[in-house]
Design a binder for this molecule. Structure first.
Ligand SMILES: C[S@@+](CC[C@H](N)C(=O)[O-])C[C@H]1O[C@@H](n2cnc3c(N)ncnc32)[C@H](O)[C@@H]1O
Length: 267
C-alpha cells in the first residue's frame, strides 16, 4: 500500500509522509510526524494531531462534539436512526451505506477522505466493501476521533484518523481520489470554504459523496431549524445548495432526496 502524503499545515510546499502503520489500529502508534522544515505533529494512539491545540473558531453546535458522552452515544443513539427520523421515510442506515458504496465505486489503491467524520461511519463502511483502498478521516473533535478509532479497531478497519480542519485541508491539490461528507456540511463554520478546499484537493474526475440537510418547508420544521440556526447549523434550499456546489466548481452527477435529507454525488 502506498503511504499517504500530506501537505504540511504550516508550509504549503512541504510534504509529510505518513507511516503506513498508523492506519493499522491493532497496534497503538504513538510518536510524531514532521516535514523536512521541522514542523512536528504528535500522533497519539494512531490519531494524527495536525491542529497542535489550535482549534479554529467554532459554533455552539460544533462545541457539542467535544463532549465525550456525545461521542460515545452518537452512533448508537442517534446516527443509526437519524435519516429515518429526519426524513420520515423508510430508509435505514444500511440503505445509506449501500448508496455510498454504489455511488462512490472505490477501487484498490485509491485515497478516500472523509470530512467531519465523527465516529467514522463512512470510512468503516467503505473499508468493509473495498479494503484495498486507503482511507483518511478528519474531525476537529478528539472525543469523536477516539470513538472512531475504537469502533474501527473493533471492526478491524484500517483508517488514518486526523485532528484537522475541513476548511484548511492538509493535502496537495488533486491528491485525493474521492471525498465523503455525511451531515457535516450543515455544521461547518464556513461551508463554502470547505467546498472550495474539497475541490482543490480532489483529483479531476474524482467523486464527492455528500449527505446534508435542506431547509424545511413545514411550520414546525422551519421553527426547529430556526432554533438550530442559533447554534450555528445552516440549512439551504436545494437550489441554494446547488449554487454553492457550482460556485466551488462542482457539478451534481447523482441526487436522491428523502424529505429534507439530500444525497448528492458531485464531480
Ligand atoms: C453531523 S457530524 C458528522 C457525522 C458523520 N459524518 C456521520 O456520517 O456520522 C459533524 C462532525 O463534523 C465535525 N466538524 C465540524 N466542523 C468541522 C471542521 N471544520 N473540520 C473538521 N470537522 C468538523 C464535528 O466535530 C462533528 O464530529
Amino acid at each position: 500500500m502506498q503511504p499517504i502524503i500530506l501537505r504540511s499545515p504550516r508550509y504549503d510546499d512541504q510534504k509529510i509522509t505518513l507511516p503506513v502503520e498508523i492506519a493499522d489500529l491493532s497496534k497503538p502508534f504513538n510518536g510524531s510526524i514532521s516535514s523536512p522544515k521541522g514542523d512536528e505533529y504528535p500522533v497519539t494512539r494512531n490519531i494524527v494531531r495536525l491542529l497542535n491545540g489550535e482549534i479554529p473558531k467554532t459554533t455552539l453546535a460544533q462545541d457539542s462534539n467535544f463532549i465525550p458522552l456525545t461521542a460515545k452515544g452518537y452512533e448508537d443513539f442517534w446516527r443509526k436512526s437519524s435519516i429515518r427520523s429526519i426524513s420520515g421515510e423508510d430508509f435505514t442506515m444500511g440503505d445509506e451505506q449501500n448508496l455510498l458504496i454504489e455511488w462512490l465505486q472505490v477501487t484498490p489503491g485509491e485515497l478516500v477522505l472523509d470530512l467531519g467524520t465523527s465516529t467514522g461511519l463512512y470510512p468503516r463502511t467503505l473499508f468493509t466493501s473495498q479494503p484495498k483502498a486507503r482511507y483518511v478521516a478528519i474531525d476537529l473533535a478528539m472525543p469523536m476521533l477516539r470513538e472512531a478509532r475504537s469502533r474501527a479497531a473493533d471492526e478491524q478497519c484500517h483508517v488514518t484518523w486526523m485532528e484537522a480542519n475541513a476548511e484548511s485541508l492538509p493535502f496537495f491539490a488533486e491528491s485525493v481520489d474521492a471525498i465523503t461528507c455525511g451531515g457535516s456540511l450543515n455544521e461547518f463554520y464556513d461551508p463554502l470554504k470547505a467546498l472550495f478546499e474539497a475541490r482543490r484537493v480532489l483529483r479531476k474526475g474524482g467523486a464527492f459523496f455528500l449527505m446534508y440537510l435542506l431547509e424545511a418547508d413545514t411550520f414546525v420544521g422551519k421553527a426547529l431549524q430556526k432554533a438550530s440556526g442559533i447554534g450555528g447549523i445552516k440549512f439551504w434550499s436545494k437550489r441554494a445548495s446547488y449554487k454553492l456546489f457550482e460556485q466551488a466548481g462542482f457539478t451534481v452527477e447523482c441526487e436522491k432526496q428523502l424529505g429534507i435529507v439530500q444525497f448528492v454525488l458531485l464531480k
